[in-house]
Structures are given as C-alpha cells and as structure tokens.
Design a protein around this ligand. Sequence first.
Ligand SMILES: [Zn+2]
Length: 121
Amino acid sequence: MNPEERSTDRSLETIGVFASITEASIARARLEEAGIRSWLQGELSNGQLFPVGLALGGISLEVSDTDAASARSLLDDVNQATTGADEMAWICGTCGSEVESGFELCWKCQAVRPDRSDRQA
Ligand SMILES: [Zn+2]
C-alpha cells in the first residue's frame, strides 16, 4: 500500500458514486481527458481494481477539491448522455431561468414546469 496516494494533506472530494467499475472508469477517463486527476475508492494502490464483488457499496470517484467544480460539470455531461434527463435542471419557457430538477415551478415567475413529452417527437 502506498499511503501517499491518499495523503491526508490533500483534500479530496467525492464527486460521484458508481454502481460498477465500468461506469466509474468511463467517468474517470472523461476527467483525465480534461486533465483532472481522480481517484477511485476501491482501487488498489498499484492501479488494479478490486473485483466487482468487493465493491458492492459502489465505487466513489474522488478528485482534489480544487477540481471538484469542473469535474462535476464534466460528469453532468456524462450522466446526461447515459441516464437521460430526469435529474437535469430545466429551463423555464416563460422567463428563461434555469430551475433545479426538484422543483415543479419556476422559482422566478412561478410558471409550471413544461411537459417533457415533446422530447418524444
Ligand atoms: Zn420562469
């Protein structure tokens, strides 16, 4: 084990938890393309991964806290591509404000969230 790899003087922030190494690796590769160093919790210090069976609680993807914001925004893109739009913020059609996904009314003008059935068209 190499304790320096997870040194306590480096502040890591978990930016996502994945059900499988495959998903985590996709996200990690995306971050690395952008030049963001990341760590998978559940990864051995020599770079090998635990067998999937040992990672039943999910695999955490961590980055330095200074990279967390940009990493999250990159992963948002990944999530939108792989899981659909349910967790996306929505844009109010009346005033154009961005509204968080948990809200059904625009925080600004109280317009009702638009029906997304038009996505099927
Ligand atoms: Zn609005």
